[in-house]
Write a protein that binds this ligand. Structure first.
Ligand SMILES: [Zn+2]
Length: 461
């Protein structure tokens, strides 16, 4: 028997350990793991000596091509960025009305799913979708089981200050329906009323400089909303996943709901582990994200709560804007929110967690690969187990390089990590056995990715 590929002689990183070994891949699947001499002959041999061989990154929080008036992100560009960053699977969002603006009033959630699913041929990596519930109607609730049938097994809602936001009353009803399906609920948690009032005050005071922006969305407002939502989730027994946890206060709240058997998990994002609000002084509106960047103490809190498992995933919240949209405005409140990081998330988090704080490689694999795959129902992803998808990253942990935004594959023409020196670089990325990145370059055509219908995840493990 001859197989397609052997990745030979690397340090294999699994959620539980590191060992010397090789990986045999055939027909898109990992078929064997062991010493090279014990593996079948291969058509292609990738030398991974002195390199880490790990599962591809699974990112459950990515936004691509969703704001009609600002279509900066396209599937080929953003999924190329993902592949270059070692990301082989992500979860994007499907919208009622097809896109974030709800452009088509006759289109429901299933149309939104079909709209994004049709972009499969443009993607370099695999992806799935969260269903966004943005209309407070019975029809929205009825779409939940239909979406689950289509392999969309998680749902997101926004707080009421967003144009796509819903009331807490609707969230309560939606949690009940999501729980009945045994699907996963997620929610943007920042108390809308507090944030709105503080923003209005800053506007009245003429504080349009972006250094004031974080004051409009304080940590306690995030914690208040996290508490409201976690309480409703516990009441309904729904699997709840807290997205973009950014601060100590919010992580404390979530931690308090995890000891009592309720089904609550949470993520932070790379930027909350690597950046603080001071970056606005040098980068202006570019780092405007929601929740905002916070303090050194909050950064350390993210690591404390990652260590104790309150936070079990590190995502990107990758969002795409041309820099003009953020820079050609007078005040921060005229700038869109969001920043891209798919291409740099793995090397940056490797730098801040492993290199700077001594976290292990298995930890890196747990929070960026295995935990997100298990939390969101991808049994074939986030692992090097034989029989699963051959989504594999070869990573050189010793290569030192400087991130430059001019190298972005994303259509977003800036990076919050521009000029940052990191040690650790993605060398090869395989998507179901297909070599998509080699030597830090894209070597495939778009269409190597596909849409994945997800299972209902089992959170009892
Ligand atoms: Zn987001």
């Amino acid at each position: 028997m001859t197989v397609d590929t052997v990745i030979a002689g690397g340090r294999l990183v699994t959620p539980t350990g590191v060992s010397e070994g090789s990986v045999a891949i055939d027909d898109g699947t990992i078929v064997a793991v062991g010493h090279e001499a014990s593996l079948p002959e291969a058509d292609r041999r990738i030398d991974a000596a002195d390199r880490l061989v790990m599962p591809g990154v699974v990112d459950p929080h990515v936004h691509i091509d969703e704001v009609p008036e600002n279509r900066a992100g396209t599937m080929p560009a953003e999924t190329a960025a993902a592949a270059l960053g070692g990301m082989t699977t992500f979860v994007d969002f499907a919208w009622q009305g097809r896109d974030r603006a709800g452009t088509d009033e006759d289109a429901g959630l299933l149309d939104g799913i079909a709209h994004k699913r049709a972009k499969e041929d443009e993607s370099y990596v695999d992806y799935s979708l969260h269903g966004v519930l943005s209309r407070e109607t019975e029809g929205t609730l009825d779409a939940i089981p239909e979406a689950v049938e289509e392999g969309v097994t998680s749902f997101k809602m926004f707080m009421s200050t967003y144009p796509v936001g819903v009331s807490n009353g609707f969230v309560d009803s939606a949690f009940e329906r999501i729980a009945a399906e045994d699907a996963v609920a997620t929610m943007h948690t920042e108390d809308p009323s507090v944030c709105e009032h503080l923003a209005e005050r800053l506007k009245r005071e003429g504080k349009g400089d972006p250094q004031y922006y974080p004051d409009s969305r304080p940590d306690y407002a995030e914690a208040m909303a996290a508490d409201d939502v976690a309480r409703m989730a516990r009441e309904h027994g729904v699997k709840y996943y807290g997205i973009h946890t950014s601060c100590r206060q919010s992580a404390e709240v979530l931690s308090g709901f995890q000891g009592d058997g309720s089904r609550i998990r949470a993520e932070t994002c790379t930027h909350y582990t690597a950046l603080t609000r001071e970056i606005h002084e040098s980068r202006g509106n570019l780092p405007l994200i929601a929740p905002p960047l916070r303090t050194d103490d909050d950064v350390e809190a993210m690591f404390e709560y990652l260590r104790d498992g309150t936070l079990s995933v590190v995502s990107t919240d990758h969002s795409v804007y041309h820099r003009e949209y953020k820079e050609e405005v007078e005040n921060w409140w005229d700038s869109p929110f969001g920043a891209n990081s798919a291409q740099y998330s793995l090397p940056v988090f490797h730098e801040v967690a492993v290199n700077q704080r001594g976290f292990s490689y298995p930890f890196l694999v747990r929070v960026m690969c295995t935990n997100p795959a298990r939390t969101f129902g991808f049994p074939e992803k986030g692992t090097l187990e034989p029989g699963t998808d051959a989504d594999v990253v070869v990573f050189d942990p010793d290569e030192t390089w400087t991130i430059e935004e001019t190298e972005n594959a994303s259509n977003a023409t800036f990076s919050l990590y521009d000029g940052r020196e990191v040690t650790g670089a993605v060398k090869q990325t395989f998507v179901r056995g297909q070599l998509v990145v080699d030597g830090g370059e894209i070597v495939a055509e778009p269409g190597t990715g596909r849409f994945v219908e997800r299972d209902l995840p089992d959170w009892s493990e």
